[in-house]
Design a binder for this molecule. Structure first.
Ligand code: AR6
Length: 167
């Protein structure tokens, strides 16, 4: 399984599934969540309303409607408090659950944003290490390519650095 770090807007990626960094309600928000809902259209919110929310560290899948991807996997990252509230385990679980669900739906190409490092304030270097390690350790079934799509230069530089170190 190939792991790549790219810079850009995840709503423009044509792949089997993109991951949304959502909140427990799954009813939309700001950041990448807002961008995904805007581009997917109101049908996405309608489907999300049927899901009954999502626990932190877990994930749920929907169709992607007007997005170029086929599916959206909505995961809920931890809000970073002080590092002593299971933040690392919960963030790892987000990546793990998304990978498992993508495989369950026969996805070959999956794209992640940098979960929890925006509004949820997870320190970027620590978050990038968890993301890269969890993806590298994952035993895939049909996934061939996992992409981490960074929105800004700083986030991109950190993920690139972590990838280089873990090669
Ligand atoms: N494509 C890729 N990455 C993006 C995009 C985009 N279009 N837009 C933003 N990012 P955040 P969180 C980056 O805040 O920290 C929402 O309100 C952004 O620069 O979107 O998990 C939800 O509803 C940052 O690097 O997610 C929740 O309430 C990364 O995505 C809450 O925010 C994550 O930032 C979740 O917070």
């Amino acid at each position: 399984m190939e792991i790549i770090i790219t810079k850009g807007d995840i709503t423009e990626i044509k792949c089997d599934a993109i991951v949304n960094a959502a909140n427990n309600s799954l009813l939309g928000g700001g950041g990448v969540d807002g961008a995904i809902h805007r581009k997917a259209g109101p049908e996405l919110l309608k489907e999300c309303r049927t899901l009954g929310g999502c626990a932190t560290g877990d994930a749920k899948i929907t169709k992607a409607y007007h997005l170029p991807a086929k599916y959206v996997i909505h995961t809920v990252g931890p809000v970073y408090r002080d590092g002593h509230h299971d933040e690392a385990q919960l963030l790892e679980s987000c990546y793990q659950r998304c990978l498992e669900i993508a495989d369950e739906y026969n996805c070959h190409h999956l794209a992640f944003p940098s979960i929890s490092t925006g509004a949820y304030r997870y320190p970027i270097l620590a978050a990038a290490k968890i993301a890269v390690l969890t993806i590298q350790n994952y035993q895939e079934k049909c996934l061939k390519k996992v992409e981490i799509v960074c929105f800004d230069d700083y986030t991109y530089s950190i993920y690139k650095k972590v990838m280089e170190e873990k090669k």
